[in-house]
Write a protein that binds this ligand. Structure first.
Ligand code: FES
Length: 110
């Protein structure tokens, strides 16, 4: 197994206060974007807000975010070495914080 390095540019903050933070994450072949987000939360920034549940690929659908502008699962998208990967919250949804959006249907929020 070869260890590589990924660079993640992550949108942070709330809708009123947005910024991008960049992190460099070591990973082994086959690691996912969710693996990198968990690594960042554990080792670099415990305040990073993410949503996930199953960690086992496409079961809970909680980890969906925009990855380089394409909506996809963080737990199934593989990290790429070298290039910067941009991670953003789901487009068209209210941002609660960082990569977490309001996904409840409006009627359930009453
Ligand atoms: S963490 Fe459950 S589908 Fe990605």
């Amino acid at each position: 197994m070869t260890q590589q390095t990924a660079r993640l540019r992550i949108r942070r903050g709330t809708a009123d206060e947005l910024r991008y933070d960049e992190f460099t994450v070591p990973f082994d072949d086959g690691a996912s974007v969710l693996d990198a987000l968990l690594w960042i939360r554990t080792r670099r920034d415990p305040s990073l807000a993410i949503r996930y549940s199953c960690i086992s690929a496409n079961v809970c659908k909680e980890c969906v975010i925009a990855i380089d502008g394409v909506v996809d699962y963080a737990c199934t998208t593989r990290l790429r070495a070298g290039a910067v990967m941009t991670l953003e919250p789901l487009p068209g949804k209210p941002v609660l914080r960082d990569l977490v959006t309001e996904t409840r249907p409006p009627r359930e929020r009453l």
